[in-house]
Design a protein around this ligand. Structure first.
Ligand code: HEC
Length: 116
């Protein structure tokens, strides 16, 4: 029964319940987070710095595919989402596009952030 509820929650995309996240993907994403320099702006524990926001609750706003796509092209998402525009306005820098990063690496980063 608990499993069915989890599966249902995953289907509904409920925040904080992500049984579909592959643990190897999450581990690779954790490595990429440091290797790609994300911590410089978002902090070692994703707690945020003066250069970039706290990422510990991104699962409230994103699902895996969308987040991987955002990482490739933050500017177009900023244009479409008022929340991102407001967020961006608080920082002197902007989220750099990771368009040259292979998709599986972006997905790994997204999985790691959603697992937090
Ligand atoms: C130069 C500083 C900088 C670097 C480096 C950086 N970011 Fe960002 N990031 C930002 C800023 C500023 C924002 C605020 C929104 C915007 O500008 O689009 C942001 C926004 C985000 C968001 C959206 C947060 C939300 O609430 O939806 C995610 C996710 C994210 N960054 C992940 C990453 C990852 C993963 C990396 C490493 C590959 C990274 N960032 C590297 C500055 C940075």
């Amino acid at each position: 029964m608990a499993c069915r509820l989890l599966a249902l929650a995953a289907l509904l995309g409920l925040a904080g319940c992500s049984p579909a996240l592959d643990s190897q993907l999450v581990t690779r994403g954790q490595e990429a987070y440091v290797a790609e320099g994300c911590h410089a702006c978002h902090g070692r524990q994703q707690e945020g710095t003066v250069m970039g926001p706290d990422l510990r609750a991104v699962s409230r706003h994103w699902r895996l595919d969308e987040l991987a796509a955002y990482l490739a092209d933050p500017a177009s998402h900023r244009q479409q989402q008022a929340r991102l525009q407001r967020l961006s306005g608080r920082y002197s820098t902007q989220m750099p596009p990771l368009a040259t990063l292979p998709e599986d690496r972006r997905r790994a980063l997204a999985a790691f952030l959603l697992s937090r």
